[in-house]
Design a protein around this ligand. Structure first.
Ligand SMILES: NC(=O)c1ccc[n+]([C@@H]2O[C@H](COP(=O)([O-])OP(=O)(O)OC[C@H]3O[C@@H](n4cnc5c(N)ncnc54)[C@H](OP(=O)(O)O)[C@@H]3O)[C@@H](O)[C@H]2O)c1
Length: 232
């Protein structure tokens, strides 16, 4: 068992024992790299995961359900969100807005948006004049969108220590309670939540990937994490 998994299990156990367990039902739409990274991490914190997949019976989806445990399941995307408190959009960035609209009424739910939407050919740039975070908030006006997890690789989501230092997770969104809830999850994973203001700042957080792509093109790949200024 990896140290990270052990820490997650101990954290979930402590939360339960201390009576502050606040397990949510989390629908994760998409079962690719990000969905498969976040699902087991969230389940280890005590949350119940339901994967929203276009093909919930697929062997790979069922294997992910088994790996996730804690009463996890899979269903079609529209079905998965019905009783969910939190919806994670682990889907291709160019489709995130339309997939959100197809999920039906998400009012009152928290939407975690880890998507990136960029154009790679020519000069790398965002594929939107605003941001996916803002477009998703407009597509689900009654929901509380929190942009999170778009600034790191899925590998660091499951193993933050692999980055060689603290990994910050910028959180932007308009609802303070929703950001606090997502910050709790982020902390439980061994990552550092950082509130960076309203959802309109999603365009800057999403823009960080554009610089990362440019650096890769230049042959100088780097990890990008904001580090808190040390207190003196
Ligand atoms: N990969 C990373 O390290 C990373 C890190 C941070 C952020 N992100 C962002 O997070 C989002 C998800 O990334 P990912 O790497 O997990 O992507 P991915 O491996 O391509 O998975 C996306 C998933 O979305 C679902 N999906 C629904 N409609 C789809 C459609 N029409 N075509 C293709 N897939 C569809 C699929 O799950 P079903 O087949 O089960 O429906 C698919 O497995 C992206 O916006 C990406 O930019 C990625």
């Amino acid at each position: 068992m990896k140290n990270r998994q052990l820490v997650n299990i101990i954290f979930a156990l402590l939360m339960t024992l201390s009576g502050i367990a606040n397990a949510d039902r989390i629908a994760i739409i998409g079962t690719g790299d990000v969905g498969a990274a976040l699902g087991p991490e969230f389940a280890a914190l005590g949350h119940e995961i339901i994967y929203g997949s276009r093909d919930p019976e697929r062997d790979s989806v069922q294997a992910l359900v088994n790996k996730t445990g804690n009463n996890a399941s899979a269903a079609m995307p529209t079905e998965s969100v019905v009783n969910a408190d939190i919806v994670v959009l682990a889907v291709p960035g160019r489709l995130a807005e339309s997939i959100t609209a197809e999920l039906g009424d998400l009012s009152g739910k928290i939407i975690i948006d880890p998507t990136n939407n960029y154009i790679r050919d020519g000069v790398p740039r965002l594929a939107t004049d605003t941001s996916n975070g803002e477009a998703i908030q407009a597509a689900a006006p009654g929901a509380h969108v929190v942009k999170a997890f778009n600034t790191l690789s899925w590998r660091q989501m499951v193993d933050p220590g692999s980055s060689g230092g603290p990994v910050s997770i910028p959180l932007v969104g308009n609802n303070a309670e929703a950001k606090e809830k997502v910050a709790e999850i982020v902390s439980g994973m061994g990552l550092e939540p950082m509130d960076l203001g309203p959802i309109q700042n999603a365009r800057h957080v999403e823009g960080m990937l554009v610089l990362w792509i440019q650096a890769r093109i230049n042959g100088e790949p780097f990890d990008y994490h904001l580090r808190k200024t040390p207190t003196r």
